[in-house]
Design a protein around this ligand. Structure first.
Ligand SMILES: Nc1ncnc2c1ncn2[C@@H]1O[C@H](COP(=O)(O)OP(=O)(O)OP(=O)(O)O)[C@@H](O)[C@H]1O
Ligand code: SF4
Ligand SMILES: [Mg+2]
Length: 338
């Protein structure tokens, strides 16, 4: 792989709201999210199941499917414009070529009837890749880096590969067209812990070599700490905290982030102190319509948390959405409610 000098694109998600149609009407799975992916960085996204991580990832490719719908917002990618305004052929070309991706459960999304090599060539042709030999060479190299025999994998059908091997094939397909923005939704869940860490490290290496802008979603807060530059914490469809990964994990400000970290002995540093976050995350149907979405589980909740949704506030390199975290607006708000 040749290192490239092209600068990485920035990605700006603004006021993004995505709803799903349910028997109770359209309910938001992602609600007014603002998040910037700085050029050349890896942003990790963590949060419990149902917090809206995959819905956010799908939005970056304008790939939310019915019964879902992007109700508001924009996703600006440098060199591409607002992805949410793209459609048809423009969108098809952008996916894979400009935005590489691994969707959740990607190990199940390969075509069972064609070899991986044939699917690779189909991908190349559908994006007008002229040098198909070069494409195969790059694919083999990526697979070899991830500990696989590239030639053998390309000759295989998906049923001949384990879940972990299929997942690595998915990562290869996300990277092989040299997209500059890469979105990886739980790219390593089918792998054992050690292989997960290795694959995340390889993703970091490729990211650095190619000067990419990458979003990685994972349940494994410990593993992401080692590869990401910044970390976004999601809860109930909101980004409740975002900042540099070492700072967010080292000195979490939002009560939810604090609870998440306390639950992980590896990060809290003390096995006897580790304790699970009490309660359950909300579903679309149980999300409160007003106030803070985390309040049912929050030890620091106040009267204002019942009525007013906390506004994300940027301070000292960190964005936090919580009435209890001191910032000028919080003080004003608390005075109003005093
Ligand atoms: N097709 C759908 N129809 C209805 N609701 C949906 C649909 N897809 C997702 N949701 C709901 O939207 C919310 C966000 O789901 P999403 O898959 O984005 O969460 P997630 O953070 O990726 O969860 P996980 O960690 O389990 O992958 C959840 O409450 C989920 O039940
Ligand atoms: S806004 Fe209130 S309920 Fe929400 S996290 Fe902060 S203190 Fe807790
Ligand atoms: Mg998901």
């Amino acid at each position: 792989m040749t290192p490239t000098t092209v600068t990485a694109p920035g990605v700006r998600i603004r006021d993004l709201t995505v709803v799903y149609k349910t028997p109770a009407g359209e309910l938001p799975a992602v609600s007014g999210v603002n998040l910037s992916l700085e050029p050349g960085t890896i942003t990790g996204v963590v949060g419990e199941s149902g917090s809206g991580k995959s819905t956010l990832a799908l939005s970056l490719l304008n790939a939310v499917q019915p019964p879902g719908r992007i109700a508001a917002g924009s996703v600006e990618i440098d060199g591409l414009g607002d992805v949410l305004t793209l459609g048809g052929e423009d969108l098809r070309r952008a996916r894979g070529r400009q935005v590489g991706y691994v969707f959740q459960a990607a190990q199940n999304s390969l075509n069972p009837l064609k070899t991986i090599g044939k699917q690779l060539l189909d991908l190349g042709r559908s994006h007008d890749v002229e040098d198909l030999r070069g494409l195969v060479r790059d694919a083999k190299e990526l697979l070899a880096r991830m500990g696989m025999d590239g030639a053998r994998v390309l000759d295989s059908h998906q049923h001949e590969l384990s879940g972990g091997m299929r997942q690595r094939v998915g990562i290869m397909l996300a990277l092989v067209l040299n997209a500059k923005v890469v979105v990886l939704d739980e790219p390593t869940t089918a792998l054992d812990m050690i292989t997960q860490a290795t694959i995340l490290r390889i993703i970091r290496e490729v990211h650095d070599e190619r000067s990419l802008t990458t979003l990685v979603i994972t349940h494994d807060v410990g593993a992401i700490a080692e590869v990401a530059d910044s970390l976004a914490v999601m809860y109930g469809g909101r980004v409740v905290e975002h900042g540099e990964v070492t700072e967010v994990l080292g000195a979490p400000r939002h009560p939810y982030t604090q609870g998440l970290i306390r639950a992980i002995p590896r990060l809290s540093g003390d096995i006897s102190e580790a304790r699970a976050l009490p309660g359950r995350p909300p579903t679309l149907g149980t999300l409160p319509a007003a106030g803070c979405v985390f309040r049912e589980r929050c030890e620091r909740r106040m009267a204002v948390c019942e009525t007013d949704e906390p506004i994300p506030v940027f301070r000292d390199g960190r964005t936090v959405a919580c009435h209890a975290v001191d910032h000028p607006l919080a003080l004003v708000k608390r005075k109003e409610f005093a």
